[in-house]
Design a protein around this ligand. Structure first.
Ligand SMILES: [Zn+2]
Length: 443
């Protein structure tokens, strides 16, 4: 029985190869392929099953998940994903950086793989959609193609990146190698070196996990928006223009600490007053012109931080994010000017140092056009938007044409048990991923 059904599967598979290879080669998917849809119920079921690994004791789906990388829950979730991949007739492997990868051969041997996936680790007390949706939708795409006996021209490679929330770590090692001191870093109580071994990686052979530029045809990732833009606009699909650039500044304000009762107001050099004015200046400069740029002062230390002392010293951060590096440079220049003026007004000395500059990771225009076409073919409205959060895709963009698909986050909430994306939006996103892959493959 086994042999016969195997042979039949082989013959059907071969017929599928010939049909799809011929039709896909003409530049646009066949009607049969264009009408292909993922199984929305199966996707939901996988998301619900994955949520049980790391669920609070006695909780349910709505209580979210703590599946922090290298934990028992992470290990159990990864085993679940490995089983799903095997059930889809794939042979998953774990690379030295702990990334789970599974490749389905294409019909044209010379072509490079279309890679897609996301991550399944979470922040402590996180939600059930960040990373999980993109990972399980990738597997659902594989299952759908397998069920319909459709062979693409390019190899298809599902990748579940390790420890996204801690870096990202797995995707960074694969693209750039480990950062100095990375392996000695303690993450969630586990040294990274031991954590990698725990999940099946090999810290001594990290270079074997490296992906070189041009080694893949493109990289695609479906993800929840983690912001409220799509929900507010009532649009089901977001096409990511790119992942924003980040400039982080360290600010030091030197005044003079003095007695809060005996120092007259005109004679004070109040560092915290200067900081307050500078924080307001950040708000004003960022909102001065239209655009999606954002600016945040999120960390501040006051010295001596006592109720009866005029603050003598303040250290705080300023972070600007935008797709355009020149917008960030303008904001940096504007804030330095404002700081000089505030220092004069308050009798303080202000220094501003750029400590982090992350360049933007732009999505490839040709991939964005394929996502547009895929959404249009599904009669789903789509808008372009930047990603304000970091993703594995930001590293992949350095070595391959990258594209990201966003679906709405209810209330814009993420990194919280309250994170939710309507099941219909999850299915829409997975269908856009499927149709984008088929369009990229046919091009
Ligand atoms: Zn994520």
């Amino acid at each position: 029985m086994q042999a016969i059904s195997d042979r039949r599967a082989f013959i059907f598979g071969l017929a599928g190869v010939l049909v799809s290879a011929r039709r896909l080669a003409q530049g646009s998917p066949s009607t049969e392929v264009r009408e292909l849809r993922i199984d929305a119920q199966r996707l939901q079921q996988m998301l619900e099953e994955l949520s049980t690994f790391g669920r609070p004791v006695g909780g349910s789906f709505v209580d979210g998940v703590s599946r922090v990388a290298y934990s028992d829950a992470d290990l159990a979730g990864r085993n679940y994903v490995l089983e799903l991949l095997r059930a889809a007739d794939l042979e998953p492997r774990i690379d030295a950086a702990g990334n789970i990868r599974a490749t389905r051969a294409g019909s044209v041997p010379a072509l490079k793989p279309i890679v897609f996936g996301s991550h399944i680790d979470s922040v402590p007390s996180g939600g059930n959609f960040d990373g999980d949706l993109g990972s399980l939708a990738a597997i659902e795409v594989e299952r759908t193609l397998h069920d319909h006996g459709i062979r693409t021209r390019h190899p298809l490679e599902v990748t579940i990146w390790s420890n996204e929330e801690g870096g990202p770590v797995g995707s960074e090692i694969a693209v750039e190698g480990p950062r100095t001191g990375d392996l000695e870093r303690v993450f969630n109580g586990t040294a990274m070196r031991e954590g990698l071994v725990r999940i099946g990686g090999d810290p001594a052979r990290l270079e074997t996990a490296r992906l070189s530029p041009g080694s893949m045809h493109c990289y695609l990732e479906l993800h929840i928006e983690q912001g409220g833009t799509l929900e507010k606009a009532g649009v089901p699909i977001g096409i990511v223009d790119g992942i924003v650039s980040i400039d982080e500044y360290a600010v030091e304000i030197r005044g003079a600490a003095n007695h809060a009762g005996t120092t007259p107001m005109p004679e004070r050099h109040n560092a915290l007053l200067a900081a307050a004015k500078l924080i307001e200046a950040v708000q004003e400069e960022v909102t001065r012109s239209p655009g999606r740029q954002v600016g945040t002062v999120g960390q501040l230390t006051v010295t001596p931080n006592a109720p009866n002392v005029v603050p003598g010293f303040v250290r705080h951060t300023i972070e600007f994010r935008d797709l355009s590096e020149s917008t960030l440079a303008h904001l940096g220049a504007a804030i330095r000017e404002r700081a000089a003026q505030i220092a004069r007004e308050t009798g303080t000395e202000i220094t501003i140092k750029l400590v982090v500059h992350d360049p933007p990771a732009l999505a490839a225009p040709e991939i964005q056009r394929r996502i547009e076409a895929a959404a249009a073919s599904l009669e789903l409205r789509a808008v372009h938007l930047p990603s304000g959060a970091g993703h594995d895709a930001q590293f992949l963009a350095r070595i391959a044409p990258m594209g990201m698909i966003f679906v709405p986050s209810v209330g814009g909430v993420s990194h919280s048990p309250k994170e939710f994306t309507h099941w219909s939006d999850c299915a829409n996103g997975a269908n856009v991923l499927l149709q984008t892959i088929l369009r990229v493959d046919a091009a």
